[in-house]
Write a protein that binds this ligand. Structure first.
Ligand code: PIR
Ligand code: CA
Length: 313
């Protein structure tokens, strides 16, 4: 079984790890990588995606740039966490991979429409491109296999007490995506905070002793320092690879059905995912929500992917 995915991302250190995991995992094949503004402005998230593709030897996957700003609100970035220059922690050369000229929204629509029932959309940044795509071509809602996204939370946020970054940056887009009627899995901070890279993970990645492994260690060390000074956590959580892990090995992430709505005009709660696990009043679930993570299984998958990219057997 190989799942064809479109990875919609805003690299970002953990997005870079998700690209590597997707490339190195046999259960997943990349149909396209699309970029969106989020952690950084669009020019930098796109450059970073091209850098990661160049590093990993991803030459046959279209990379398309998408929306430079949220649907309604001004862009809010996370450069305090990810560093001004993009993927800091590794010396990046000029990328040899080039983007395709098409807009990400058109790439998403075209690929999904031409392969009914096949494509899994994996958004791991703000949901602007995905919302635009389903507005432009509503039939993609019936044609995707599913949407598996990193975003939201039901136990408090990271950018505000209530909101997780990806939903907070473009809540109107998130409301469209959660309301589109397609099969949707939400992997929020309850799952992704567990995916923390401790010293054992650093040791296992370092032991691979390849250019990709060295870049990953460099990026993780930078990310670790930022997380340490921002929130005092020594093991940095790699949020976005959890979405790839769910597609490749769903058994790693236990989930529960829920009805999820996005707060658009709260005084303190804008961008909150209001997750209702109750079954009351005939409200139908619109999402499957991740509630836990098999941590050893997750790191085995991740390190296995890095090993395969590194050509280590
Ligand atoms: C991670 C992110 C934003 C802010 C912080 N503090 C940490 C990015 C990650 O790329 C991930 O997709 C999501 N947003 C986690 O909130
Ligand atoms: Ca991201």
């Amino acid at each position: 079984m190989t799942r064809r995915i479109i990875l919609d991302c805003d690299p970002g250190h953990d997005d870079a790890m998700a690209i590597l995991l997707a490339h190195g995992t046999p259960e997943v094949s990349l149909a396209a990588i699309t970029t969106v503004a989020g952690n950084h402005p669009l020019a930098l998230t796109t450059l970073n995606a091209l850098r990661v593709c160049t590093l990993a030897g991803i030459h046959d996957v279209p990379v398309a740039a998408g929306c430079a700003a949220p649907l309604v609100r001004p862009l809010f970035t996370a450069e305090d966490i990810h560093g001004k220059g993009g993927l800091e922690g590794h010396e990046w050369g000029e990328p040899s991979v080039r983007p395709v000229p098409e807009h990400a929204v058109d790439v998403i629509v075209d690929i999904v429409m031409s392969a009914p029932g096949e494509i899994t959309l994996v958004p791991i940044g703000p949901l602007t491109n995905i919302a635009m795509a389903v507005r432009k071509e509503p039939r993609i809602a019936e044609r995707v296999r599913e949407v598996v996204l990193m975003g939201g939370s039901f136990t408090g946020g990271n950018v505000t007490p209530a909101a997780e970054f990806n939903v907070y940056v473009d809540p109107e887009a998130a409301a469209i995506v959660f309301g589109a009627g397609w099969p949707l899995t939400m992997l929020g901070l309850e799952v992704t905070r567990k995916a923390a890279a401790d010293e054992e993970v650093f040791r296992r990645v370092s032991a691979l002793d390849s250019p990709v492994a060295r870049a990953v260690v460099g990026m993780l060390r930078f990310y670790q320092r930022q997380q340490m000074s921002a929130v005092g956590v020594s093991a940095p959580p790699v949020h976005d690879p959890c979405a790839i892990a769910q597609v490749a090995r769903p058994e790693l992430i236990p989930c529960r059905e829920a009805h999820v709505e996005i707060e658009l005009d709260g005084r303190l709660t804008t961008g909150m995912t209001v997750v209702d696990f109750r079954r009351r009043g005939g409200v139908q679930p619109n999402a499957t929500v991740g509630v836990d993570l098999d941590l050893p299984g997750f790191w085995d998958l991740f390190i296995g992917a890095l090993r395969s990219i590194s050509g280590v057997v």
